[in-house]
Design a protein around this ligand. Structure first.
Ligand code: FMN
Length: 183
């Protein structure tokens, strides 16, 4: 059982958003939280396309989410929204799986004009699973070096990312805060 589950919604092999997620995971680990990483790539394309709720991979991921104290979910922007494969993945997760869980949503995109994809696509999707959404993070491709150990480049965005992670950690450690504060 891990404290935190991190889910990557990118189908790409060496993915920018996934590298950022891995980095955030390493920061959480250095803060004494245990972390498990999953990806849409862990579920067979056959199960995703067929909408197979009984997929062994999805059952294992769902069990890990249920045990976790918080979840981070990342996706690239594809055609102005989250990736299609992330939607297929979420479609076969149990209903209300994110109930009462702090969730940090993250998106990466090539263009600043799709910054609001976080607000109008990913966050509403997570809210249907009853997530307690944090403000979230949107990173531009130019702010990511996926080959670097610290893939977030730029002082401001690095600071914003760490701040969001701090809020997330506080909520994970003190769930009662969720009732009184807005992040
Ligand atoms: C099929 C496809 C569609 C994309 N559509 C958009 C888009 O609508 N808006 C945008 O800002 N970036 C778009 N991008 C760029 C990706 O969002 C961006 O490069 C992202 O960081 C890739 O993340 P990944 O490497 O984790 O998959 C698109 C990329 C692909 C491959």
């Amino acid at each position: 059982m891990s404290d935190i589950i991190i889910i990557s919604g990118s189908p790409t092999e060496l993915s920018r958003s996934e590298q950022v997620l891995k980095y955030l995971g390493s920061l959480l680990e250095s803060n004494a939280l245990s972390v498990s990483h999953f990806s849409v790539k862990d579920v067979s394309s056959q199960d995703l396309v067929a909408g197979n709720y009984n997929s062994p991979a999805i059952k294992q991921i769902a069990a890990a989410i249920e045990e976790a104290k918080g979840v981070i979910i990342g996706s690239p922007v594809y055609k102005g929204a989250y990736s299609g494969v992330l939607k297929a993945f979420i479609d076969i997760l149990p209903q209300d799986i994110l109930k009462h869980k702090p969730v940090l949503p993250l998106m990466t995109g090539g263009s600043p004009s799709h910054l609001l994809a976080l607000e109008y696509s990913l966050k509403p999707l997570l809210a249907t699973l009853k997530a307690h959404n944090l403000k979230g993070l949107y990173l531009l491709d130019e702010e990511i070096d996926k080959h670097n150990a610290i893939p977030i480049i730029g002082k401001d965005i690095l600071e914003r990312s760490r701040k969001q992670l701090d809020y997330f950690t506080q909520l994970v450690r003190h769930p009662a805060l969720a009732l009184s504060e807005t992040y």
